[in-house]
Design a protein around this ligand. Structure first.
Ligand code: FHN
Length: 450
């Protein structure tokens, strides 16, 4: 409770900088601060894009049996595939290699604490049992299984939080979903944008399916996407419904109109830290869903540096994987995530449950995170002269040591000296970790920075 009050006080005291996306108004709301506690402590989650578009890696069979490049999970729109034809993918969608426990173990092994799964993407196909709409994986495929149910159960069993992604303002299977100038609408099956009444789709599909997701699976997060033409009244109605059915369910800001519990960034890390809760989602290669031929993966070092950078700015990192049509997370992705997990096994204390750096500037050698009266210095570029400056730090230091338990010099006290420019720490010649080494500074009292 105390943290909640501090959190709200910090919000109210500081002038919140407008983010690229509309700021949810919920942030000065105690209930939101309480709801978010586990999520902010988690810092790292797995995003999963999996749907009919995964069947042939975002490609689509041509008239001569060749596979046509659909560009991304948007392939139905990119190739203007008629709904009746696109729906036929479901007839062959039979992911016999899918194993929910294996996917959750991969996430857990990577040090991820929650999972967000595409329950319905823009193609409008429900990847869950949806009694209100037969266009769904249980009813419409020879597989007849419910991956949302199985993933929710596997997450509960393995101690991860489970959330669902729902495309709110784009649905290419429904005749009543307009977008601005039709830019992201299904204009090939439903050409007349002026005929489309969002309210009809909202009542017919959105409210019943969100109710099904909440009552059938009790997700910890409802991760909405692309609110597009939803009205303010509809966004409020949706939030009221969720709060009534499941008060502790977190809602992201893409529910629209400044509502939601936290802000969303995409494919980027903001330049400066924010005091309000936020999460950035990014791909591991260049595609959200499995794209045949995309082998341009982020390195473990890039993922770890991004994770540290995001945590140092008080954000969460939702890192995406796109399983194949057979239900397999590509081995290259698994290997990268395993290496990130190895690093978190040693340095997780400096990420989980931390808050943004208190320093006025991000140091040139890396980033800083904070936990109470402890600072964690994440050193990407190890000093050659054995001296590391924490710029602007005026605090007296109780103790300084390396966080690498198996390192010869680990936990041995490091010498520190306060000076005009900050605190200088004397460090060993060699960096304990080639990607990011963590130095722990136990301060005497709260951080005092210039
Ligand atoms: O168009 C989608 C995209 O496929 C993906 O789901 C991302 C994830 O945030 N959201 C939309 C693009 O902003």
């Amino acid at each position: 409770m105390k943290n909640g009050f501090i959190f709200v006080a910090v919000l109210l005291a500081l002038n919140l900088r407008a983010a690229e996306e509309a700021l949810p108004t919920a942030w000065n709301d105690m209930a939101s601060a309480q709801r978010l506690q586990w999520c902010e402590a988690a810092r790292f989650g797995m995003f999963i894009h999996w749907g009919l578009y995964s069947q042939w890696g975002c490609h689509y069979p041509g008239t001569n049996g060749e596979l046509i490049n659909g560009g991304s999970a948007h392939m139905m729109m990119r190739l203007k595939i008629p709904l009746a034809q696109y729906a036929k993918i479901a007839d062959v969608f039979d992911p016999t290699n899918f194993d929910a426990n294996e996917w959750v173990t991969i996430a857990k092994d990577a040090g991820m604490k929650y999972m967000i799964f595409t329950a319905k993407h823009h193609d409008g196909f429900a990847m869950f049992n949806s009694p209100c709409n037969d266009y769904n994986i249980v009813k419409g495929t020879p597989w007849h299984r419910d991956p949302v149910k199985e993933l929710a159960e596997a997450c509960r069993k393995q101690g991860l939080k489970f959330g669902v992604y729902y495309s709110l303002g784009r649905d290419w299977a429904d005749p009543d979903v307009p977008t601005k100038n039709g830019y992201r609408s299904n204009t090939w099956d439903f050409p007349d944008e002026t005929n489309k009444i969002f309210a009809r789709y909202f009542k017919r599909k959105v409210l019943p399916q969100v109710t099904e997701l909440l009552t059938q699976y009790h997700p910890a997060v409802l991760w909405f996407d692309t609110p597009e033409e939803i009205s303010s009244a509809e966004s409020h109605e949706l939030v009221d419904l969720i709060r009534k059915l499941q008060p502790d369910c977190i809602i992201n800001s893409r529910v629209g109109h400044g509502l939601g519990d936290y802000g969303v960034q995409e494919q980027k890390v903001p330049g400066s830290r924010d005091v309000k809760p936020w999460e950035t989602c990014m791909t591991l290669n260049h595609h959200w869903a499995y794209f045949m031929g995309d082998d341009d993966w982020k390195s473990p070092a890039t993922v770890i540096h991004d994770l540290v950078d995001i945590a140092s700015k008080g954000g969460n990192y939702l890192l995406d994987v796109g399983p194949t049509g057979q239900g397999v997370i590509q081995p290259e992705a698994v290997d990268i995530l395993h290496q990130v997990g190895d690093w978190l096994n040693v340095n997780g204390e400096a990420i989980y449950g931390t808050t943004a750096s208190p320093l006025k500037e991000q140091p040139s050698w890396g980033r800083v995170t904070k936990k109470g009266d402890t600072l964690y210095l994440h050193v990407f570029d190890w000093p050659k002269d054995g001296k590391l400056l924490a710029p602007g730090l005026k605090s007296k230091i109780g103790r300084a040591y390396l966080l690498q338990p198996n390192w010869p010099g680990s936990h041995r006290r490091l010498a520190t000296a306060n000076g005009a420019e900050g605190v200088t720490i004397t460090v060993p010649k060699a960096a304990p970790d080639k990607i990011s080494s963590t130095i722990v500074l136990k301060l005497k009292g709260k951080p005092d920075v210039e």
